[in-house]
Design a protein around this ligand. Sequence first.
Ligand SMILES: Nc1ncnc2c1ncn2[C@@H]1O[C@H](COP(=O)(O)OP(=O)(O)O)[C@@H](O)[C@H]1O
Ligand SMILES: [Mg+2]
Length: 281
Amino acid sequence: MEPVTIPHHQQDPGVAAPVLDVRKAGKSYPSRKGDVLAVRSIEFAVHAGQFVSVVGPSGCGKTTLMMCIAGLLPISTGEVVFRGETMSGPRDGVAVVFQDYSRSLFPWLTVEKNVVLPLRDRRLPRAEIRDRVRQSLEMVGLAHAAGLYPWQLSGGMQQRVAIARGLAVRPEMLIMDEPFASVDAQTRASLEDLLLKIWAETGTTVLFVTHDIDEAVYLSDRVIVLSQGPSTVVADLPVPLERPRDQIATKQTATFGELREEVYSLVMASQRRTSLSAEPA
Ligand SMILES: Nc1ncnc2c1ncn2[C@@H]1O[C@H](COP(=O)(O)OP(=O)(O)O)[C@@H](O)[C@H]1O
Ligand SMILES: [Mg+2]
């Protein structure tokens, strides 16, 4: 199937049905002492082509929520609706990129073979597979590295391989769970800009988890703020910053400064509330 190519700025969220609709989704993990609630009740919708970030304190349930949205974990309560259908397992249209690239790539496979992996079960013609792999490696600027092994690459390059693998399936929605948390600041900035370029080119919907507030504001159309775990949504803020964005100019605008302050105080307030309510009576 061809990727969705409608540019995000041509979408009218008021009219189209959301591509993703998370309805009162909750998740608890079983444990010996009974179920442990990781996500209380999350509700939000994402329209096709949007770039939406999710921020929240460490341990609040971001990874759990993304695994549920990707169909990799069953939710306990509520519903995740993707393109009008309730999710009950992994979907072809959804790709996930995790933080830990060193564990998500297979060291004994070349870059090219790592990117081919998710395409293998899809019964695509061989030429189509070759084209897709080449195209996704080109998108992340790694066409020259196809024959290398992950351990021959820097951390930033390995994460680009993981992104290329996600792109190879031509996902309608790309879920990224703190994908740039393990690389240095400069690499991170260039990966952010690479991601924005790919997003603009492909029109893919992106759901991006980060605990970095600046990163969330810089990248997104919207920032969803989660409470301390078990999480709920405490805010869903539009980001009215012009595109294309620029690491220096965008971050110098008054709007950027106001938004980062707002998100920061929301995160701090939700942490304070939780620690107060957690105190013994
Ligand atoms: N497989 C698991 N089994 C039991 N508890 C888990 C499991 N994975 C995560 N948790 C718990 O769920 C909560 C949310 O974790 P997680 O989703 O990783 O948060 P975040 O990604 O926001 O840091 C934490 O309290 C964590 O200890
Ligand atoms: Mg996490």
